[in-house]
Design a protein around this ligand. Structure first.
Ligand code: SAM
Length: 280
């Protein structure tokens, strides 16, 4: 199935709650900054599926790099421009496009970074997305993906079990793979092989220990509630997914959000699996 054959989470309307969440969620940027620390100065860095946070771009430009943002969703492009404006920044290149067919010439970018994007593509598009990243990049490609299978809790196993069930149900509606990180190593190695070129590959997980990350999952609940409420207003979506299924999921997220606001929970967040592909 190609991406045109089905609507993805971000290509069927992005709720304001998600624009806000991505703008506020700082941890993934911290991981990227650490990862990219020696690869941005004097380099052109492409951020594919950039989302609405200007933090990474701001940091890249502060290090003497040139930031190029690309995203498929017009709402997130506007959100990125607006959030950058609030910080007094204007990025020169913010492009609307798809990772599957990047609108850049071969090797016209030094370093590419795609964080939590492959998980939103139909399985058949993922290898070609990686090929595109390799095609446009002359030096390095960084790919980061969640592995939700590694999300656990000693303190609140029941709540985490329920939350994961809600998230997997929501992900299923849009064909999102929450365990994308799990298969990343194999996918990257197989795809790189098809290029016939020499690359050095490293794939490693970044994990955190159990703690109170309630705020992070509050953001995810708000995003889910925003998206499901949008869909319940949309006749095409209700006939595609069934009104009852959407309503049940919405009630589940609402009830869960109320519960964790009253009593915060502790858990081990999902690992971020990081693939670094470097031209030899
Ligand atoms: C989970 S968000 C991550 C945003 C950002 N990379 C971050 O980590 O905060 C996924 C992003 O990928 C974008 N996206 C989804 N499908 C895409 C595609 N086919 N091509 C380009 N971007 C895409 C979405 O619009 C969204 O901004």
């Amino acid at each position: 199935m190609t991406s045109e054959a089905r609507e993805g989470f971000y290509t069927s309307g992005v709720p304001q709650a998600e624009i806000n969440r991505l703008g506020k969620f700082t941890y993934p940027d911290e991981v990227s900054v650490e990862l990219l620390s020696d690869s941005v100065s004097q380099r052109k860095v492409l951020d594919v599926g950039a989302g609405s946070s200007p933090r990474l771009g701001k940091w890249i430009e502060s290090q003497g790099g040139e930031y190029v943002a690309l995203d498929v969703a017009p709402e997130l492009i506007s959100g990125l421009r607006k959030n950058a404006g609030i910080l007094g920044i204007v990025f020169n290149e913010i492009v609307r496009g798809r990772i599957q067919t990047l609108p850049f010439r071969d090797k016209s970018i030094d370093v590419s970074h795609a964080r939590f994007v492959l998980m939103h593509l139909p399985p058949g598009d993922r290898a070609s997305a990686i090929q595109e990243l390799l095609r446009v990049s002359s030096q390095r490609v960084y790919i980061m993906e969640w592995n939700w299978r590694t999300m656990t809790s000693k303190a609140n196993p029941q709540e985490i079990g329920e939350f994961k069930e809600l998230q997997y149900d929501l992900a299923e509606l849009f064909g999102v793979d929450l365990n994308m990180g799990e298969g990343l190593d194999e996918l990257v190695r197989k795809t790189v092989e098809t290029t016939g070129q020499k690359y050095e590959i490293s794939v490693k997980p970044e994990s955190r220990s159990e703690d109170d990350y309630t705020k992070d999952i509050e953001g995810l609940c708000e995003m889910a509630i925003g998206k499901l409420s949008m869909f319940l207003q949309d006749e095409r979506a209700t006939s595609r997914f069934g009104k009852e299924r959407l309503q049940n999921l919405l009630s589940g997220f609402n009830a869960f959000l109320t519960r964790i606001k009253e009593s915060p929970i502790k858990f081990v967040p999902p690992e971020i699996v990081i693939a670094t592909i470097e031209k030899k």
